[in-house]
Design a protein around this ligand. Structure first.
Ligand code: FUB
Length: 500
């Protein structure tokens, strides 16, 4: 009996794995397991990707992350992967950590042949303002089981040495340099710190932290890597706004990068590695494997995916060696073949949406005709005129097609967090109607039974057939005097008489 129990414990602690072949990105796509914050590493002729597991229920806008998992392939171009669904859980790995908050971890093959897991978790008992800390665990195998290497607590936290650390301590990235010196970077919310570690992989070499500045738009997710003599720091940046090099709204992030000739900088910003992805967060890791560079990153592209139900993808990363230092070429995302989309009467999907008012930085005009109607959207998943005390009374949204289209109906799926008639927040519009541009470019109001009802199911407003290249919605916000609520639109559908 004792023998049977021991065998069972051994089996459970080693975990189970499952192998499969994929038709393309994302790697885990059926929505059974979501995977986020990929951190690639190489061992035993295999490319491994350590990832967190997103478990937020659909519609919950929060990180629900209880464990880490590993994906492994002998070669990404074979599309053959093995999934180790549960390699560690914060509270089981670190006696000082609470359940959940299994944020972006990295497994680092050490110089001693062992594997070091750098894992941000939340401390059970901490007097610091922010309880996040980075723990380190070690294993003889790339997929665990891992054992806490520093049972006293996190090696990095607001109260661990070196002092002067008041940031949220997550998103570690570790590089073992060619001369065997070890560097760690970590941070988020625009704050990035770094220092050198001793060969024990846990102790800071000096009592000084390097504050990394000069990374335009740095938000989080640093990834430190070296190629030949050049150090590359890839990071999630979200400097949105008219001069942003990459993000359309303040909720988005792109992957930018900087280079340096020494591991702690100074860094020089070089450009964008990866445009915004379908999830608002962006987190990536670059790795050389069998003479090819790859970038692992996450998106919301799996079945039922979302900003808190992310999935890891991997694509080839190319360098331009004619530049000095060599430039990283912007990644071309690849996807598994899409199922044919069902025929639809909604031809708004083929139009370009614009807003005549300037759209506040958190909202996204592209969301109004992207075919997605989320129940609990984040701001970039809808358009809104909400600008606190300065929300305008009138707004106009326009759909423009390249060639004339025939329309016989439309639907507006409004977002509202306030009741009808409110003059604060986002409320159903007091009034709205559609106009189209006729052949002499005159705006003509479309007579129809308009309703400002808020429902997540599009309700078609039918009208007599019109032909136009430009359709506009004139929206009047509720409120009075100079105090108006914002108007919010999750989706605007424009119906042709027949489906195509
Ligand atoms: O997964 C939780 C957080 O989301 C990570 O720490 C960030 O980098 C972002 O990807």
């Amino acid at each position: 009996m004792a023998k049977r129990c021991r065998a069972l414990v051994l089996f459970l602690s080693l975990g189970t794995s499952i192998s499969f072949r994929i038709p393309g990105n994302p790697i885990l796509a059926d929505g059974k397991y979501y995977s986020a914050d990929p951190a690639p590493f190489v061992a035993n002729d295999t490319l491994y990707i350590c990832a967190g597991r997103d478990e937020a229920p659909n519609g919950v806008n929060d990180f629900r992350m209880n464990e880490w998992q590993i994906l492994a392939t002998p070669n990404p171009s074979t599309n053959e992967w093995t999934h180790f669904p549960s390699i560690a859980k914060p509270e089981a790995l670190f006696s000082w950590a609470i359940r959940g908050k299994a944020y972006a971890a990295q497994v680092v093959p050490g110089l001693d042949g062992r594997f070091y897991l750098y894992a941000p978790v939340s401390q059970a008992r901490s007097s610091s303002k922010d309880p996040f800390g980075i723990g380190v665990a070690v294993s003889n195998s790339p997929t665990g089981p891992f054992k806490d290497l520093h049972p006293q607590g996190p090696i990095i936290s607001q109260s661990a040495p070196p002092p002067g650390n008041t940031i949220q301590n997550i998103d570690p990235t570790v590089l073992i340099d060619d001369d065997k010196r070890i560097y760690i970077y970590f941070g988020t919310f625009g704050q990035l710190k770094a220092y050198e570690l001793k060969s024990d992989m846990i102790t800071p070499i000096s009592s000084t932290l390097t504050n990394i500045r000069n990374l335009p738009g740095f938000f989080e997710a640093p990834w430190l890597v070296k190629r030949d003599k050049t150090y590359y720091l890839i990071y999630a940046g979200n400097n949105a706004g008219p001069d942003s090099p990459c993000t359309p709204t303040s909720y988005h992030a792109c992957q930018a990068y900087a280079t340096a000739s020494s591991p702690l900088g100074p860094w020089t910003y070089r450009g964008i590695v990866l445009d915004v992805v379908s999830s608002t967060t962006s987190h990536a890791g670059a790795i050389k494997f069998k003479n090819q560079w790859y970038l692992a990153y996450h998106t919301a592209d799996a079945d039922g995916g979302g900003h808190f139900r992310r999935s890891v993808a991997v694509d080839k990363l190319e360098f331009d060696d004619s530049a000095n230092p060599p430039r990283i070429k912007k990644l071309q995302q690849t996807h598994r073949p899409k199922a044919h989309s069902a025929s639809t009467r909604n031809i708004a999907l083929k139009a370009k949406a614009t807003s005549q008012n300037s759209t506040p930085i958190q909202y996204w005009i592209k969301a109004v005709n992207d075919g997605s109607i989320p129940t609990n959207p984040l701001p970039p998943e809808y358009w809104s005129s909400y600008a606190a005390e300065r929300s305008p009374q009138k707004s106009t949204l326009t759909l423009t097609w390249n060639t004339a289209v025939t329309l016989s109906g439309a639907a507006m799926v409004f977002f509202a967090d306030q009741k009808v008639g409110s003059n604060v927040g986002v409320a159903p519009p007091a009034e709205w109607h559609l106009e189209y541009q006729d052949t002499s470019s005159q705006w003509v109001k479309i007579p129809a039974a308009y309703t400002s009802k808020v429902s997540n199911t599009p309700e078609e407003i039918k009208f007599s057939t019109i032909s136009t290249k430009v359709l506009r919605a004139v929206l009047t916000a509720s409120g009075s005097g100079n105090k108006f609520a914002g108007v919010g639109v999750k989706e605007w559908l424009a119906y042709a008489p027949t489906a195509s």
